[in-house]
Design a protein around this ligand. Structure first.
Ligand SMILES: [Zn+2]
Length: 407
């Protein structure tokens, strides 16, 4: 339920897509929708919130998140401490409280929409339901259900996250199973995963027929499709078969013509720079040396692909694929470190991610868009890091409702 009317005056507006200039503006929300963004008239309108020059940006959208109640290793510093021998046994259901705490942390950071690209069992769908029913505060959640994978070594490590299938007919069935379970979109493994030593991420892990069957079946039913794509060959087949988003996609700099195809078809790249930093640097001691060496190479390639994708005009989205929850805008800081402008990075975290999710109702501050908003001290177009500074968050609005108010 969105409150009827919200007026934010004396505000700077920035969404990375539109030039709002430096002059203070008044943003008016009615019934959860932005209805005006005019220049201030010099007087404070009745009932308005005076932002005193703070910046309003669209609510951030994390296009690549794993909603995992069991995720403690990558989400260092979040969730319960590691279990010690001899302690009271921990209940499986404890994980749902971790999920609720995670959802709250994400929303309080100004991330108003997330796309879960793989969790254990149906946790993201359960969280989606809890948020939609108002049981817990959190961002809007989109879930893929289980990730569709060929029979593969990763299927052993990620048994509760994957739906393994082989052959075009079984792929169609696997898609239908996810839709039956309530998935918002479909995700599949076009290549192996960099986190599994027994998988080589270079070759395509599925045949063209199998990938084509997944994409065609999902599209026929009106659902979008994401592909985990590391090596060039699997990435190529996924793009040619019409996938909507390429997750990771680090090899694309090797073949710029494929980026041109993405730009032409409107497929989105989710570069997930943070996850390569995790495996190559932050959590290197937790992985085998073979995987760490591979990740170091991939980290360099991911940054090369970021610039090649920008050059080709491919839409880029923000996908954290890391932790702790609420820290997704570090991905935008990394994009700027990698050579994107602050406006391009902000657009990736908002409009680009909205495009990745197929949500045309949000992602900019244009009149008519859904009022998902983040108010921060400072100017992200001058210093993108304010978007990842929890102390800078003043207000978060989700669908017209003030969900965080730290004035
Ligand atoms: Zn991921």
């Amino acid at each position: 339920m969105s409150s009827a009317r919200l007026v934010l005056c004396n505000a700077r507006l920035a969404d990375g897509s539109t030039d709002f200039g430096q002059e203070p503006r008044t943003l008016v929300v009615e019934d959860g929708v932005i209805v005006s963004t005019d220049l201030d008239r010099g007087t404070t309108p009745e009932g308005a919130v005076d932002l005193a020059g703070a910046t309003v940006v669209p609510g951030l959208i994390d296009a690549h998140m794993h909603v995992l109640s069991s995720e403690i290793t990558r989400n260092s510093g979040f969730g319960p401490p590691p279990e010690l021998k001899g302690g009271e046994p921990r209940a499986r259901e404890l994980g749902y409280f971790v999920l609720a705490a995670m959802a709250k942390a994400v929303l309080e950071a100004g991330i108003t929409t997330v796309r879960d690209v793989g969790c254990d069992n149906r946790e993201a769908i359960v969280l989606r339901q809890a948020v939609n029913l108002g049981v817990v505060p959190g961002p809007q959640v989109l879930s893929c259900g289980r990730i569709i994978s060929a029979t593969s070594p990763g299927g052993v490590l990620f048994d509760a996250m994957y739906r393994q299938a082989d052959g075009a007919d079984e792929m169609r069935r696997a898609v239908r199973e996810q839709l039956r379970a309530g998935a918002d979109f479909i995700k599949f493994m076009a290549t192996g995963a960099r986190s599994v030593e027994l998988e080589n991420p270079e070759p395509a892990q599925m045949t063209r027929e199998e990938m084509g069957a997944i994409i065609a079946e999902a599209h026929r039913m009106g659902f979008r499709v994401a592909a985990h794509a590391e090596g060039l060959e699997g990435t190529r087949v996924a793009i040619e078969e019409g996938v909507d988003t390429i997750e990771h996609g680090l090899s694309l700099h090797r073949e710029p013509a494929l980026l041109d195809v993405m730009a032409e078809k409107g497929s989105v790249l989710v570069p997930t720079l943070s996850t390569f930093h995790d495996l190559a640097e932050r959590f290197a001691e937790k992985f085998t040396s073979k995987l760490v060496d591979q990740a170091k190479r991939q980290l360099e390639e991911a940054y090369e692909t970021l610039l090649a994708a920008r050059q080709a005009g491919v839409t880029i989205a923000m996908g954290h694929d890391s932790g702790p929850p609420g820290d997704a805008a570090i991905e935008l800081v990394r994009m700027v470190d990698g050579g994107l402008s602050t406006a391009e990075a902000l657009a990736a975290g908002t409009a680009g991610s909205a495009t990745a999710l197929g949500l045309t109702d949000r992602g900019t501050l244009q009149v008519g868009k859904r009022a998902d908003l983040l108010v921060v001290d400072g100017d992200p177009l001058t210093d993108i890091r304010v978007l990842n500074d929890r102390a800078a968050v003043r207000i978060v609005v989700k669908n017209g409702d003030l969900v965080v108010d730290r004035r």
